[in-house]
Design a protein. Sequence first.
Length: 71
Amino acid sequence: MNQDPARGRYYAMISTQIAAVAGAVFGLVIIGRSDVLELKILGAAILIAGLYCLAVVPRALARKWRTPPAP
């Protein structure tokens, strides 16, 4: 079958958002359950990376896949 490439791109953007949210939640779990300062710092770093990925990656993918303007 000949599928529209927009469907696969949409699923790629949604899957990156889901993975970023899962990473952020994982960072929160590490922060909440650890008693050691180093693990809390690691959890905060994972949380920040997940939130950054959630904010930046889907927009970058959409910009990369944007249809060029017609001349």
